[in-house]
Write a new protein. Structure first.
Length: 369
């Protein structure tokens, strides 16, 4: 449900009841992952999507019925229809389980708190019971970035709350929305399946070198939801007019900036300067950091010269193998805009452990678990 925080937060602030449909389990190839939601308010306004269009109309009707009846939360399953391609079903061949529930903002303080945190850009997790005793189905518990929750029997009793909060905190650190199981043992007789919705801070893309290719890459990174940083030691090039899509515009020697800025395993570093006085000290630092991607622009000849200089600087071979250079996928790109697409395509493929090959050449499900 954290895929539509702005509208849900607005409805909660106005105390508007709404029906919420959430994907809680997927099997096979499906368009959208668990945690994705669609919501409908009493006026019939709809926000979000759970299947990319395949079953939206049917889920909308379930939400309208939930608003009219005010019934208990219920699960529904949608899958591919072999008999009628136009029947309600997922034409991609997978199956999804959807939990539909009525949200009364005045009694859903945990949901409101989580949405408020997301709107403020803070890392947060929202645990939602998606399988268990009917009185607990759909209940939520908000856990903040420090792992703090409210333990007053929100999900059944205090022991269950603490167990869920512990597991939700682990999912928040990993930055991954997933289902967890709690209870059913000595600590708690009630067995629950809880979907932990995770909203983390935006991953970073750090672009070094304030050139035309960097301007196009900053726009592409912004479009994909990255926090975009552009850094160059030359103030005449690193200007806001040239980089309107950069969240952070830094005038500093690249390696010095990288020494004191914060990165993590989701961060992507793109070195576009192809100037050895900038590249070598920067890549020495970048390749030793626990970041997700390091790429450098330049010809194959430049790449070989760069590797030689990095070896001379005693950069270990294990680190050199992390370098994506020449940067980007082979798309035949020539313009800055085309090159930006090739770079972000490589970042996405590397991040998702995908091949980067045409889907027409592959087999099996298109959407991976």
């Amino acid at each position: 449900m954290l895929n539509i925080p702005d509208t849900l937060h607005h409805w909660c602030e106005e105390r508007r009841p709404f029906a919420l449909a959430t994907v809680v389990n997927v099997t096979g190839s499906t368009p959208l992952p668990p945690g994705t939601s669609l919501a409908v308010n009493a006026a019939g306004a709809v926000v979000g999507s759970i299947s990319g269009g395949c079953v939206e109309a049917a889920v909308y009707e379930l939400c309208v019925q939930m608003l009219a009846d005010g019934g208990a939360p219920a699960r529904a399953r949608f899958g591919y229809s072999h008999d009628d391609a136009f029947a309600v079903g997922l034409t991609c061949g997978g199956e999804i389980d959807v939990l539909v529930q009525l949200i009364e903002p005045e009694t859903q303080g945990h949901l409101s708190a989580a949405l408020k945190a997301v709107m403020a850009g803070r890392s947060t997790a929202l645990a939602q019971v998606v399988q268990g005793p009917l009185p607990l189905l759909g209940r939520t518990l908000h856990i903040d970035a420090e792992g703090r929750g409210t333990y007053h029997g929100t999900l059944g009793d205090e022991r269950v709350d603490r167990s869920v909060a512990t597991q939700a905190s682990a999912q928040l650190r990993a930055g991954r929305t997933a289902c967890v199981e709690v209870g059913g043992g000595g600590t708690s007789p009630q067995h629950l399946v809880v979907l932990v919705h995770v909203h983390g801070s935006r991953p970073r893309i750090l672009i070094f070198g304030a050139i035309d290719f960097a301007a196009a890459l900053s726009e592409a990174g912004h479009y994909l939801g990255y926090r975009v940083t552009v850094c160059d030691a030359r103030p005449v090039f690193a200007t806001r007019a040239r980089f309107p899509y950069a969240d952070d515009l830094i005038v500093e020697w690249p390696h010095r900036y990288l020494e004191h800025t914060e990165v993590d395993t989701r961060s992507a570093i793109c070195v576009l300067t192809h100037d050895t006085k900038f590249d070598i000290p920067l890549l020495q630092r970048a390749l030793g950091l626990p970041v997700g991607y390091v790429g450098a622009m330049g010809s194959r000849r430049t790449h070989e010269q760069r590797l030689a200089l990095l070896r001379d600087a005693a950069v270990p071979q294990t680190q050199l193998t992390r370098l994506h250079s020449p940067i980007g996928l082979d798309l035949g790109a020539r313009t800055p805009q085309e090159t930006a697409i090739s770079i972000v395509a490589e970042i996405l493929a590397h991040t998702n452990r995908a091949t980067g090959l045409p889907l027409s050449l592959g087999t099996g499900p298109i959407h991976r678990p």
